[in-house]
Design a protein around this ligand. Structure first.
Ligand SMILES: [Zn+2]
Length: 322
């Protein structure tokens, strides 16, 4: 169905679209949380399709921390790995179909076991690997991750294996491989269980899906997300993280703090544009036809949402959240 030579951008949205269909037929009860936001993908699906051709790539981010992402297809969100004397600590672990590939890529840099996994939020493209790693590693995540997973559960769904063993409400510090690793909850941003994770000596920040780099983001109102609070959260993060930190976004390549600032400007500008159109009484179709976000069209080719889909998401979120 999907040509392996297809560029990443297309594979990303097509695979997610496949997930959406599979998920709706097999895994989901109730409403599709993305349908109402006008999006074509579903990260709550249990796994991705066509995983065989997808490879995990591992590169150095900074200090003790490595960056793991997928090539030749979409295998899930980005992973950060702290590697050292204490063993390996991961931030997120992609779809469950990628666990063996994550393990083998880690073996190329260290013989040590994965001891701790920190989850950025509840979406399966970020925590599917918990299922395999949960037997040997301690999984840590915000308390709403468990609540959301149980809420979405049904009898055929092995949600229990995904659940974090250690949960927290506001923040947590883990001392591992010679540095303090901060895990801080930001309420109602991409979901209601988002945590930023900061490696204080290596100066690497994993933002999960609070940051989609070089693409339009998704915000899940049905998962407790809020586009305006996302902006507030990111502004707080910018004030507390050093300007030379390296950022692992939930999706996209490694980024800088300047990239994050540019992203926040884009969010604020697009929110204002769509909010103004709503106040003027324009319909979604009118707003889309007018191509009011044309300035940012390049982000619509980034792989997550097209400009029309992002426009529809903002229109929906801002109409119901005045
Ligand atoms: Zn997500």
């Amino acid at each position: 169905m999907i040509k392996r030579t297809t560029i990443f951008v297309l594979q990303f949205s097509f695979l997610l679209q496949a997930n959406a269909q599979q998920s709706l037929s097999k895994n989901m009860r109730g409403s599709n949380p993305l349908k109402t936001a006008g999006m074509n993908f579903k990260p709550t699906a249990a796994t991705n399709e066509n995983a065989d051709s997808i490879a995990v790539r591992i590169t150095k981010a900074a200090g003790n921390v490595y960056f793991l992402d997928c090539i030749n297809g979409f295998g899930g969100g980005n992973v950060a790995a702290s590697v050292g004397e204490d063993g390996i600590l991961l931030v997120d672990d992609m779809y469950s179909s990628m666990s063996a590939k994550i393990e083998s890529s880690l073996r190329t840099i260290s013989p040590k076991p994965v001891k701790i996994i920190l989850n950025t939020h509840f979406h399966r493209d970020h925590i599917g690997g918990n299922e395999a790693f949960n037997t040997s590693a301690v999984i840590v995540g915000h308390e709403n991750i468990g609540k959301r997973l149980i809420q979405n559960n049904n009898e055929s769904d092995p949600t229990i294996a995904l659940l974090p063993k250690v949960t927290f409400a506001d923040s947590l510090v883990i001392n591992f491989n010679g540095e303090a690793i901060q895990m801080i909850h930001f309420a109602n941003s991409h979901t209601d269980g988002d945590a930023m994770i900061y490696f204080t000596k290596s100066k690497v920040l994993h933002l999960g899906d609070m940051f989609f780099f070089e693409m339009f983001p998704a915000v899940y109102a049905e998962g407790g997300g809020n586009i305006k609070q996302l902006v507030t959260s990111l502004e707080k993060i910018i004030t507390r993280i050093p300007p030379d930190a390296i950022i692992v976004p939930g999706h996209g390549k490694l980024a800088t703090m300047q990239d994050l600032k540019t992203y926040v400007v884009m969010l604020k500008e697009t929110i204002t544009i769509i909010e103004t159109k709503i106040k003027e009484g324009q319909t979604l179709v009118q707003v889309q036809n007018e191509k009011v976000l044309a300035k940012y069209d390049q982000l619509g080719n980034g792989g997550a949402q097209t400009t029309a889909q992002y426009t529809a998401m903002l229109y929906k979120l801002l109409s119901t959240n005045k």
